[in-house]
Ligand binder design. Sequence first.
Ligand code: GLC
Length: 755
Amino acid sequence: MIKRLALAFASLTALLVVSNAPAQFPGMSSSKHYAWSDKSLSPDARADMVIKEMTLDEKIQLLHGPGWGVLMSSAPESGPLTRAISVLGFIPGIPRLGVPDLQMTDSNQGVSMAGTKGRYATALPSDEAMAAAWDPALSYEIGTMIGHEVRALGFNMSLGSGINMIREPRNGRTFEYKGEDPLLAGTLAGQELKAEKALHIITDLKHYAVNDQDAGRIVVNSIISKRAMQESDLLAFQIALRDSDAGAFMCSYNRINGIYACENPYTLTDVLKKQFGFRGFVVSDWGGTQSTVAAAKAGLDMEMPGNDSFGAPLKKAVESGEVPMDRLNDMVHRILRTEFDSGIFDDPPQQDAPDVLKGLEVAQKTEEHGIVLLKNSAGQLPLNAGAIKSIAVIGGHADAGVISGGGSSQVSPAGGNAVPPPPEMARNPLAFFLLPVYHRSVPLKGIEAKAPHAAVKFDPGTDPAAAAALAKSSDVAIVFAVQHESEGMDLKTIALPDKQDALIEAVAAANPHTIVVVESGGAVLMPWIDKVAAIVEAWFPGIRGSEAIANVLFGQVNPSGKLPITFPKSEADLPHPTHIDPPKADATHVVPKLPGAPGPVGMMMGIAPPFDANYDEGLKVGYKWYDAEKKPVLFPFGYGLSYTTYAYSGLKVTPGDSTEVSFTVKNTGKRAGSEIAQVYASLPDSAGEPPNRLVGWTKIDLAPGESKQVTVPVTRERLQIFDEASDSWKLVSGQYTLRVGASSRDLPLHQSVSF
Ligand code: GLC
């Protein structure tokens, strides 16, 4: 399996072929009528009608498919594979029964790799930016935009959205996830996928589950208690499923308590299909299927890519009775009922030009709402364009574009990578992961447009002395600091790479009006924090990053974003100060060293000996850890400044099945703004929980001087703990304290109630 996966990875970027698949899905002749075309029937009834007509081979055919260069090593000359829109993931349908092809695409922050098909897709800001907006309505808008582009590009199955918990801030896929709290991540992903499903595509939640680091992801064993899993990683999936009724779950590469996630009866059947009531299907992560009989019986329904497990071996297992026919029919039923339930049978996508302008609008709105103002001493920001005579713009390739994350979620940069890789790396198939892609939204131009009367000069930041000299001769200095992340690897550290800390120190020493704009996948360390005047976290900014960042810096937008992840003071404060690295791969493990790739691929792609990641911090993920350990942090979960100020008062808690938490927020400043007011709960000591947990929030638009009374409902579910003895959630009786404020560490209002 390891060899196959290594091949798959190596071929991932080399073998994406362009095919002009027909707009209609062949085999789904919209005019032909089948008994199961009757939309008045339930998805389950329609699926059962199709199954009755299927041969064993046709059933097996639906349970696996080519992708990633596996079984599709070049542009196919003939047969169903010619219909594949991309080689990422494709399952041929059954023309005689009108069962459509499954055309799959990644779409975390936009449809990925459209460029390899000669097409365009909107590069949204990263998922942490979406999370920092704390805005379910915006997430629905994002899902609508993604859904339209998925269909316009001819796909009928989307493989986003990732909601793994940020236990490990060095996780290379932090940028693809929605923070450290299950309620926040689950709620936002739920709205995003609800919107996508409304447009008739199959939606997918991933990576299920506890795939909380990417280094060594295919051999790591996540060790975690049931209670911790249920109250953190699994809870995010449960909330997202409840709100979106997603069609698919993608099981992850890792093991969970010793059993691979794609053949784990507890997570796949006991939790997902029984406890959560999931009616859709489980698809493996690409190359994550580990067996035939064990996987099928544990609850895996689809192998991607390839047919090592669910092709001929599954047919043989069914014929021998090792896999009961009932289970095979359940696998097929889940896939077909999802195809009916999602609408891809009745409303297949028509290929079209994506709505570029709508995409730009949503990308800019997401970044403007996701930017977090972390520091603003002496009102350094917003900048007064009329008064500033000279601006130094330094580093971060701000004269070329904005950085984005690597791996399967990469959206092709319109016009090509704004910062092309060095030639020796360009041909490296892993460049796709190892090298940053910059989208051609140019921050320098955005700043120049805002300050047409100022002298705006750029310095690349490679020579701190030169950068400092320019800063010294300028009214203000804006340093862009970038931190690349990618799937398949973790960061060695969350300190900024490439001597950027020294650059910022040098610039700040030369000009007290130094502003730092951080373009990162997640939290970064800031040893220079006391030396700069202002700090803005812009995440991976997306295709309209320049306009959004400039609008915030010059005040057209009042920043309202709040952190979905904690920024620690030091890695020594993390639950695992030393990253849980895969052990050095020994000679018995395939560790291909590709020319030009920094470091052995094994460290990155997990082709190393099996090892344990013991998540003994348990349910204390993120802020819950720092609160329980009473550790100071650089910036707390839920933190974000504004160009105005807010005051909280008048808390009133009305206990009930849904406890009503009412309070007033006043805009005490001179600018209109939006405040994300958060509600946390402290459970009774006997519950054995961390000091606080997020139980609700609301976003309030307020004019200067305006007050609004708001009510946040807190359901009993949100106050329960998972009791392992009874294998169920329960409400512990005792005194609860509801706390309200601007962040997890700024909660001025509180009131106790008993349940
Ligand atoms: C990758 C990723 C997963 C993605 C899939 C298809 O390995 O883990 O997020 O959807 O393969 O590209």
